[in-house]
Design a protein around this ligand. Structure first.
Ligand code: TYM
Length: 332
């Protein structure tokens, strides 16, 4: 079976709808066809300052959300990045293979460092995509399910895999991004030209899976749309409506064209009202499942211990091949 790896950062109190539709939902699906490795990227999280207590809590809440979304710890290796030390070890080797200019071209660093002020940005934030490459290459992943915003990082992973293979002999699988076009970029409800993100300018643009569902419903009902009245998918002229249709279609698995005909002659208000209901029906049982998993921390930690063990059995093998190729002496 082909392998999949992906990760998510535990840097918010809740996943948002973009995380879910763009990435996590694909993670769940790929379990049917692939050998799957899914991790909480806590090493990535500390590239910006985190409160230790909050980080620990968010890490567990992230795991609970993944399981509630359908990641099955029996079928997937579900683990926390820091519990598999090989990530940091392979990271070093890959850093030594990455050009400074190459790393400087990563646009997410440019965006984030301007937000934090470049003097305050950590070196870890700068080298972040290289650690991401280590995450992927350690598992010889063939496919990496992510949203559109991770495309450039995936390109770096591919380049590093190819460079290593070229220099030291075939060692790594060159990974392919698995980006599902329809939901690759979910937009902010208040600014439908910007991606939905936890750093959004207005909290009303962001749907958090763990917020009060009534609050989410209200955000949907007050989403920005255009002055027209027709409900058609047209990303250029009707970015807001198109985003709502994308979300609606993804949550109900109804085709967009089907929705367009169902809403012919109806208004934006009808669409928003119905979508708000669909969303509430999705998040309500999701939240119940999250709460029940969080009710048994010992069990969650046991799942993570097992996940880390499974991950390590693959990671140690890759790392020892890498260390050997690079010319390090065998460890004891
Ligand atoms: P993160 O934690 O920012 O986001 C997790 C996933 O959610 C996707 N995503 C979106 N998809 C569609 N529309 C949106 N508005 C939206 N916002 C976020 C992201 O593309 C991502 O797939 N660097 C990664 C975490 C990571 C990783 C990895 C991913 C660490 N190591 C190895 C893949 C492979 C990140 O910060 O994702």
């Amino acid at each position: 079976r082909l392998r999949v790896l992906s990760g998510i950062q535990p840097t918010a109190d809740s996943f948002h709808l973009g995380n879910y539709l763009g990435a996590v939902r694909q993670w769940v699906r790929l379990q049917d066809t692939h050998e799957t490795f899914y991790m909480i990227a806590d090493l990535h999280a500390i590239t910006v300052e985190q409160d230790p207590k909050v980080l620990r809590q968010r890490t567990r809440v992230s795991v609970a959300q993944l399981i509630a979304a359908g990641v099955d710890p029996e079928r997937s290796a579900l683990f926390v990045q820091s519990q598999v030390p090989e990530h940091a070890q392979l990271n070093w080797v890959l850093e030594c293979l990455t050009g400074f200019g190459e790393a400087s071209r990563m646009t997410q660093f440019k965006d984030k460092s301007t937000r934090h002020g470049s003097d305050h940005a950590s070196v870890g934030l700068f080298t972040y995509p290289i650690l991401q490459a280590a995450d992927i290459l350690l598992y010889q992943a063939n496919a990496v399910p992510v949203g559109e915003d991770q495309r450039q990082h995936l390109e770096l992973s591919r380049n590093l895999a190819q460079r290593f293979n070229h220099r030291y002999g075939k060692t790594f699988v060159v990974p392919e991004p698995h980006i599902v076009k329809d939901t690759a970029k979910i937009f902010d409800l208040q600014d439908p030209t910007a991606k939905m993100s936890k750093s959004a300018s207005s909290p009303n643009g962001l749907i958090e899976l763990l917020e009060d569902p009534r609050r989410s419903a209200k955000k949907i009902r007050s989403a920005v749309t255009d002055t027209g009245r027709e409900i058609v998918f047209d990303t250029e002229n009707k970015a807001g409506v198109s985003n709502l249709l994308t979300i609606y279609s993804a949550l109900t698995e109804r085709d967009i064209s089907d929705l367009e005909s169902a809403y012919e002659g109806k208004g934006y208000g009808d669409l928003k009202k119905d979508l708000a209901e669909v969303l509430v029906e999705f998040v309500t049982p999701f939240q119940e499942r999250v709460q029940s998993y969080l009710g048994d921390i010992a069990e969650l930690d046991k799942i993570l211990a097992r996940g880390a063990e499974r991950a390590r059995s693959v990671a140690t093998e890759t790392l020892s091949a890498v260390f050997d190729r690079v010319g390090f002496l065998p460890a004891g």
